[in-house]
Design a protein around this ligand. Structure first.
Ligand code: SAH
Length: 357
């Protein structure tokens, strides 16, 4: 088991030969534990309404310049049918923290997809009440993604102010989701202003402690219409402590995530592809990732799902995008995943659960 000191050393390593060893180790572990298949998850960004004021995210309630949308139930189900026709095993329904739809509305969407397709349904809707999460699990939702963003409490509170009168702890929510039988995903942003190497090492240790089924890691990309979109005040972190939010650092964190959670499903994220420019999804795939989430949001809504600027998939037409992603997968000696692509971790847990009755 990797020690904290080793994690920190890797995070600070900048010798290319040493880093090539890390890449190879992560790639080997990826192959041994989750194979050469790259699973495709169709991403449906169905609403950009958000009640929160996260300092990093362009969907924040305070961003008045953003035209808000919420897709209809029929539009969402149609996107899922499209994913199914493309041969994907999963759809991911993602939104801002939108309290403008009811528990039943979302449950109907989930049932609509589950009754018409064999797709696994992943939700990524932010912080929700247990009764909602339970209702959606009972409606057929399979997985939930909720990044804890950073393990540093004071940094987290600074960038992710709590709702007045509410204190929904993301770590507690992740444990609750697991008990409800969800396959559970979390993750962090790399390079948040004020985030140190020590913080990032703790994040990686927390991946292991939470025994995550899915781990999403992407670089922080400043959004000009947010409080973190302006140059960072020097007092936030001494510069030799501040983690850079670049491609190399994000790839390191993906590799370390693979080393501490070898069975997890790990995406090569869109934020990473955005910074990697023409290299796109390839660096992530090479450093331990085994999942890609092609964007299936109807093009007319995409620009408005403005989490951070320059998103790699904003202009990619759904069909061409799909062909290109398949070509990248095979060109890198990998195969396109078939079936739901559940994490081995979760499958083991579920069979244990069934045996226990
Ligand atoms: N509202 C939901 C899901 C939407 S945001 C939630 O909060 O869980 C999905 C992820 O995008 C967030 O978890 C965050 O890690 C990432 N993100 C948000 N703003 C970002 C930015 N400026 N740069 C990079 N990633 C960002």
């Amino acid at each position: 088991m990797m020690k904290r000191r080793e994690i920190l050393e890797w995070l600070r390593e900048d010798d290319p030969r040493a880093l090539a060893r890390l890449e190879r180790a992560a790639d080997r572990l990826r192959r041994e534990h989750v194979g050469d298949e790259v699973h495709l998850r169709g991403l449906i960004e169905f609403s950009n309404h958000c009640d929160r004021s996260c300092a990093y995210c362009g969907l924040r309630a305070g961003n008045r310049g953003l035209k808000r949308y919420r897709m209809s139930q029929d539009e969402i189900v149609a996107c899922a049918l499209h994913a199914s026709r493309l041969g994907y095993g999963t759809v991911v329904l993602q939104s801002g923290e939108d309290h403008g739809f009811t528990v039943d509305w979302m449950a109907e969407v989930i049932r609509g997809i589950k009754s018409r397709t064999g797709l696994a349904v992943t939700l990524s809707l932010g912080e929700r009440a247990d009764r909602e999460l339970l209702a959606w699990r009972q409606a057929g939702a399979d997985r939930y993604l909720l990044r804890f963003e950073t393990s540093n409490r004071s940094l987290y509170e600074r960038i992710h102010p709590a709702q007045p009168g509410q204190d929904r702890d993301r770590l507690a929510m992740l444990r609750g989701l697991r008990q409800m039988g969800y396959e559970v995903g979390s993750g962090v942003m790399v390079g948040i202003p004020g985030q140190t190497y020590e913080d990032l090492a703790t994040d990686i240790e927390l991946f292991r402690e939470l025994d995550l089924d899915m781990i999403g890691v992407g670089p922080f990309i400043p959004h000009p219409r947010t409080p973190l979109g302006r140059p960072v005040p020097a007092w936030l972190a001494p510069s030799d402590q501040q983690v850079p939010g670049d491609v190399a650092m994000t790839c390191k964190v993906i590799a370390l995530a693979r080393l501490v959670c070898p069975d997890a499903n790990i995406p090569s994220t869109t934020a990473l592809a955005t910074l990697a420019r023409s290299a796109g999804r390839e660096p992530g795939l090479a450093w331990g990732a085994n999942v890609i989430m092609p964007n299936l949001t109807p093009p007319r809504y995409r620009l408005r799902y403005d989490v951070y600027p320059g998103k790699a998939t904003t202009h990619a037409p759904s069909r061409g995008g799909d062909r290109r992603i398949r070509a990248v997968i095979t060109a890198n000696g990998r195969t396109v995943g078939t079936g739901r692509g559940d994490s081995p971790n979760w499958l083991r847990r579920e069979s244990g659960r069934r045996e226990a009755g």
